[in-house]
Design a protein around this ligand. Structure first.
Ligand SMILES: Cc1cc2nc3c(=O)[nH]c(=O)nc-3n(C[C@H](O)[C@H](O)[C@H](O)COP(=O)(O)OP(=O)(O)OC[C@H]3O[C@@H](n4cnc5c(N)ncnc54)[C@H](O)[C@@H]3O)c2cc1C
Length: 429
């Protein structure tokens, strides 16, 4: 990430670029007094602002977004959604915790789908199933464990061999896989834009309004380039950018990952993409995600970079190689849009969440699955604030992000671990 207080992207989000232009909300200007200020209009901030309104309809809310909705990480992702916890949901070692996490994920998913229905947000939500597939022997072992997990947790599922996968996705790249019925794909820019554009009137969304300074409160005073906002209660829903405000620096790492969407293909080439819709996650966490987009495009997500983006030409080459290795018959099809986005990782996969100081709250560390988790954590944060419920059950089951070694050991450690994991991932990348 740049030295700025918020992620600044040099590229355009492909999902957003494929949509008609949206009417951007005004920047914050002058002196503004509100009951609640929420910083960051991604899934977490949008859910927090919405839930604050539901529980305290008279309370004024300012939602401040550094860029525009549709250009932040909440639009830059791959659009995989599952009502099961994406990390622990199939665990056999932690059966009880997995069940509880899955219940929280279901709550986040239901909240999101209710908002889609109520707001008429048509974000191409498709029940595609969630396929995880392996291209290596090590990955195949992981798939076998996942199949056991799916059985133990009673998920409607299907074990897939190479032929099944070839029929489904049109590529013989993978040895085997697991398909869980409860998995969905969506267009993330349409969703996040829809959530922002259907906010209730008491929530004032300001775009292109980066918070540059935070004065200790309460009341909390936020400075943006053209405004001073004073709030009784504040939520930092900035994901890993919360570190730039001086909080939770010991637990969060900003990771960039990259995605590209192909040109629209003609009928003959589209026929090589298998049966639509499908989305495929890799057996190894450093592997490549692939999904079909509509009838005639393919999206590929891969590569990780620590705290700053990679060179654009390097990303283009690597993503194109991931695509064409899987689809050699489509090697004449280029990637049309290519972009990067940030996500916040923690060592043990638990988020940092809750009260930071008197009337200052935060949520960060969705570990790459923030569409549902961010929504749930934003919603529950608002409930904690308005009702005073300490959310002990949620905190106990999600756990707390553990400390990461300070610099320079953190950077050295990250590069050592990722080099080792890349070797292990092999063809999953
Ligand atoms: C390429 C890619 C693929 C992914 N795929 C998936 C997927 O398939 N499914 C899934 O669930 N998740 C996926 N993720 C992760 C997901 O996008 C994140 O977990 C999610 O965006 C987190 O939501 P959030 O609201 O917590 O944070 P963000 O979406 O990062 O939102 C935080 C917002 O805060 C704003 N902000 C930061 N600092 C300031 C400031 N100082 N002032 C004002 N505003 C500020 C930012 O501009 C940003 O818009 C992916 C991520 C990437 C990058």
């Amino acid at each position: 990430m740049s030295k700025a207080l918020y992620p600044v992207y040099r590229d355009v989000c492909g999902w957003n670029a494929m949509l008609p232009p949206r009417r951007i909300k005004e920047r914050a200007i002058g002196s503004i007094r509100v009951r609640y200020a929420v910083v960051g209009a991604g899934y977490t901030g949008l859910a927090a602002a919405r839930r604050l309104h539901e529980l305290d309809p008279e309370g004024s809310i300012a939602l401040l977004e550094a860029t525009t909705v549709g250009e932040g990480a909440s639009a830059r992702n791959s659009g995989f959604v599952t009502p099961a916890d994406s990390k622990i949901g199939l665990s056999i070692d932690e059966m009880d915790r997995a069940e509880q996490l899955n219940a929280f994920s279901k709550e986040g998913f239901a909240y999101l789908t209710d908002l889609m229905k109520a707001g008429g947000i048509d974000c191409d939500l498709e029940r595609s199933g969630r396929v995880t597939a392996a291209a290596t022997d090590l990955g195949a072992e992981k798939i076998r464990t996942m199949i056991e997990g799916a059985k133990a947790h009673g998920f409607d599922h299907q074990a897939l061999d190479r032929e099944d996968l070839a029929g489904l996705i049109g590529s013989r790249y993978y040895q085997c896989g697991l398909r869980i019925e409860e998995g969905y794909l969506l267009q993330p820019a349409t969703l996040v834009r829809g959530l922002a554009d259907t906010l209730p009137d008491t929530v004032q969304l300001f775009e292109n309004t980066p918070v540059l300074e935070l004065q200790d409160g309460p009341p909390w005073v936020l400075r943006t380039p053209e405004a001073v906002i004073t709030a009784d209660v504040m939520i930092l829903a900035t994901n890993a950018a919360i570190k730039q405000f001086g909080f939770w620096r010991d637990g969060l790492v900003t990771i960039y990952t990259f995605a590209g969407i192909s040109h629209a293909m003609d009928e003959r080439d589209s026929a090589r993409l298998g049966i639509k819709p499908w989305g495929l996650l890799p057996a190894h966490r450093l592997g490549t995600t692939v999904r079909r987009v509509g009838a005639d495009r393919l999206m590929v997500r891969s590569l990780y970079a620590y705290e700053r983006p990679l060179d654009a030409a390097q990303v283009q080459q690597a993503l194109t190689s991931c695509f064409h290795r899987r689809y050699p018959d489509l090697s004449h099809v280029p990637l049309h849009h290519i972009w990067g986005g940030t996500t916040a990782l923690t060592m043990n996969g638990s988020p940092r969440w809750g009260r930071i100081k008197d009337r200052l709250y935060g949520s960060a560390g969705c570990n790459g699955s923030g569409i549902v988790k961010g929504t749930l954590l934003g919603k529950r944060l608002a409930e904690m604030i308005v009702t005073g419920d300490p959310q002990e059950a949620l905190q106990a089951v999600y756990g707390r992000a553990n400390r990461i070694a300070p610099e320079p050991f953190r950077t050295i450690g990250f590069h050592a671990v990722s080099a080792y994991q890349r070797r292990k991932a092999g063809l999953e990348m």
